[in-house]
Design a protein around this ligand. Structure first.
Ligand SMILES: Nc1nc2c(c(=O)[nH]1)N=C([C@H](O)[C@@H](O)CO)CN2
Length: 122
C-alpha cells in the first residue's frame, strides 16, 4: 500500500497527568503515515484525487491545540480516529513524541496503527 506521510508536525498543547502540567502548554510532535492509493492522483496530476497532507496537518494541529488530555496514548488515539473519520485513508500510523518529558531522554511517547473498516466507515 502506498503511504502519504507528515513528519515532525509540532503542536503546543496542554497534556500531562500531573497538576503542574495542567496549567501550561507543552510541545508534542506527530509523525503520521497514512495508507492511501496515490496512483490516481499521480496519473491525473490532480490534487483533487490526492490525500491533501496540508489539509490533514491543519486538522491535526487544530484538534491537538484545542483538546486537552492527560495521556499521550489518549491524544494519539483521538488523532488516529480523527484522520480515519475525516479522510479516505486505509490506515493510519500515529507516532506521538513528547520531547523533554523525561530528563536525559530526547523524547518519549507512543506509536499506534489503526485501520479503516472494510466498508470505509471507521
Ligand atoms: N505511558 C505514559 N506514561 C506517562 C505519561 C503518559 O502520557 N503515558 N505521562 C506522564 C507525565 O505526564 C509526564 O509526561 C510528565 O513528565 C508520565 N508517564
Amino acid at each position: 500500500m502506498d503511504k502519504v506521510f507528515v513528519q515532525g508536525l509540532e503542536v503546543l498543547t496542554t497534556i500531562g497527568v500531573y497538576e503542574w502540567e495542567k496549567g501550561i502548554r507543552q510541545k508534542i510532535r506527530f509523525d503520521l503515515e497514512m495508507g492511501y492509493d496515490t496512483k490516481p492522483a499521480a496519473l491525473g496530476d490532480d490534487i483533487g484525487q490526492a490525500l491533501d497532507y496540508a489539509a490533514l496537518s491543519r486538522k491535526v494541529c487544530a484538534y491537538a491545540e484545542q483538546n486537552h488530555v492527560e495521556l499521550v496514548e489518549t491524544m494519539a488515539e483521538h488523532i488516529a480516529q480523527l484522520i480515519l473519520a475525516e479522510f479516505p485513508v486505509k490506515s493510519v500510523r500515529v507516532r506521538l513524541t513528547k520531547p523533554g518529558a523525561v530528563p536525559n531522554a530526547a523524547g518519549v511517547g507512543v506509536e499506534i496503527e489503526r485501520f479503516a473498516r472494510a466498508n470505509g466507515v471507521s
